[in-house]
Design a protein around this ligand. Structure first.
Ligand SMILES: Cc1cc2nc3c(=O)[nH]c(=O)nc-3n(C[C@H](O)[C@H](O)[C@H](O)COP(=O)(O)OP(=O)(O)OC[C@H]3O[C@@H](n4cnc5c(N)ncnc54)[C@H](O)[C@@H]3O)c2cc1C
Length: 238
């Protein structure tokens, strides 16, 4: 098994797939492209230069309750989700160690691996702005997006939003915790996919959108991907 190798490109041939990696070239009968935030880029050479789906990185930032305020939350506390938006909204999660996370929010990250506001990839931002789906997305969600940015930059605003779930929470109760970045598929018409998007080319199964709860549902998704892959395998199963 080869791990820890960055795949730089995939190209389909009649008899297999050429997998270029940062440390040499590999060949495979079939491939599963499940590269999360990079999955559309890795699939670019086979899905075509103008794909109708693009991965948009949405950072989910967390805070933690300080130790002496953890008693405020003893369960999971969720808001009623907005069905027009693929993200659940900030919620409280009590971990098995007793720690309490508040979050995640959803702000547009300025790089695919943009785990904080300080990480900016100008090329990536420009490419995103050029994607046709960005304009309708901004028109539809600018108000929601502005609110998310405000709550990202202002702990006071975040605490205000969290008080809808736990009225006793104060700004001083919150300390920043590590963030994650969601790989969210955006259609050329500006729609945010809230379901799984799995595309197939002759020898590759591309997982282009695996939003939450894809971690929880990973075994079922794996079975679905394996079933699809089987149909692409040559008759001898090699
Ligand atoms: C803040 C946050 C909270 C979430 N909460 C939940 C939750 O409560 N429940 C839930 O079910 N899901 C949750 N999710 C969603 C869940 O994390 C994703 O749905 C899931 O991780 C998607 O799995 P994936 O395998 O498609 O992608 P990933 O988990 O991102 O895996 C992609 C892998 O590909 C690798 N990779 C990328 N590019 C390359 C390359 N070029 N070469 C080689 N390897 C590469 C990456 O290193 C990574 O290991 C959350 C996500 C975030 C960001």
């Amino acid at each position: 098994m080869l791990t820890g190798r960055e795949v730089t490109s995939l190209s389909e041939r009649d008899r297999g797939v050429v997998v270029e990696t940062a440390r040499g070239t590999l060949e495979a009968s079939c491939v599963v492209n499940c590269a999360g935030l990079q999955s559309d880029l890795l699939g670019r050479d086979v899905l075509g230069p103008r794909p109708d789906v693009r991965i948009v990185p949405f950072r989910g930032e967390y805070h933690e309750l300080v130790q002496d305020r953890r008693f405020l939350v003893r369960h999971l506390i969720y808001p009623v989700p907005d069905p027009a938006f693929p993200f659940l909204g900030v919620h409280f999660t009590r971990g098995i160690d007793g720690g309490v996370h508040a979050g995640p929010n959803a702000v547009l990250a300025l790089a695919r691996e943009g785990y904080s506001w300080r990480v900016v990839d100008r090329h990536e931002v420009l490419a995103l702005l050029r994607f046709p789906g960005m304009r309708p997305l901004a028109r539809r969600y600018w108000r929601t997006g502005a609110g998310e940015v405000l709550r990202s930059l202002s702990r006071r605003a975040l605490a205000r939003a969290l008080r809808r779930l736990v009225p006793e929470v104060r700004r001083a109760d919150l300390v920043p915790a590590p963030a994650g970045v969601r790989a969210q598929a955006l259609g050329a018409d500006g729609s945010l996919f809230d379901d799984f998007v799995i595309r197939e080319t002759p020898r590759i199964v591309h997982v282009l959108n695996a939003p939450s709860p894809a971690a929880t549902a990973s075994l079922a998704i794996g079975a679905e991907v394996a079933a699809r892959l089987e149909a692409h395998l040559p008759g001898d199963g090699s």
